[in-house]
Design a protein around this ligand. Sequence first.
Ligand code: IPE
Ligand code: IPE
Ligand code: MG
Length: 238
Amino acid sequence: MGDKTGGGTLPGHVGIIMDGNGRWARRKGLARTSGHTEGLKTARRIVEAASKRGIRYLTLFVFSTENWRRAAQEVDFIMSLVKQHLTRELDFYRENHIRIRHTGDTDGLAPDIRAEIDQALGDTRNFDGMQVILALNYGGRNAIVRAARRFLRQCGGETADLDEDAITRNLDNPDVPDPDLIIRTAGEFRTSNFLMWEAAYAEYFITDKFWPDFCTEDFDTALAVYAARERRFGAVTR
Ligand code: IPE
Ligand code: IPE
Ligand code: MG
């Protein structure tokens, strides 16, 4: 849940659907892969800004369970970018005290990527600043199914015990609070299977800007818009 700060309300957990890399590249007459390279630079800038603003959790939608439908060359490129980033940026995370987490289906990831993720998780596990949750091979429905399976494995199938709390407790990172704010770039009004369970009461901020063009001012605008929203969670407040 958001904290009250400086007269506004700062979201405790922000999720970002980083969309529009391909369109950004096409508009410039470049290959889609250039859009992903540029998108990674944006991600780095926004991680830094979010950490400075005091955001506690930032979930970045990096690759969805549906993104395997793309050309193998594009998929390979994105995976290699992720791998490079995780191996080279430890200093950046150390300087900013940022802890890396992962959400998504690890079974579908190549062993080398899994190893890099495990390494980054281990290397940053004691950093007490913002937590960046990388949603990689992530799908909201897949996450719910995996949570239900974890529950069944532990509890032996007592259906009466399978309640909302049981699903929440069995998600990939049960200690991470629900997102307060979800930002989507590139103007699409859909969730694309992002945080289906956790986003039940998230506030959405959608901008037409493509992800590589999204800047810290845009992030601050999203925070300001969020601060002005009235969240009712189904209740009547006036
Ligand atoms: C977001 O940009 C990155 C991923 C989904 C991996 P896109 O690659 O979806 O860019 P558009 O939507 O085609 O412009
Ligand atoms: C959502 O973007 C996934 C990520 C940002 C990683 P997509 O580009 O895959 O979403 P759709 O296909 O437009 O719904
Ligand atoms: Mg897209």
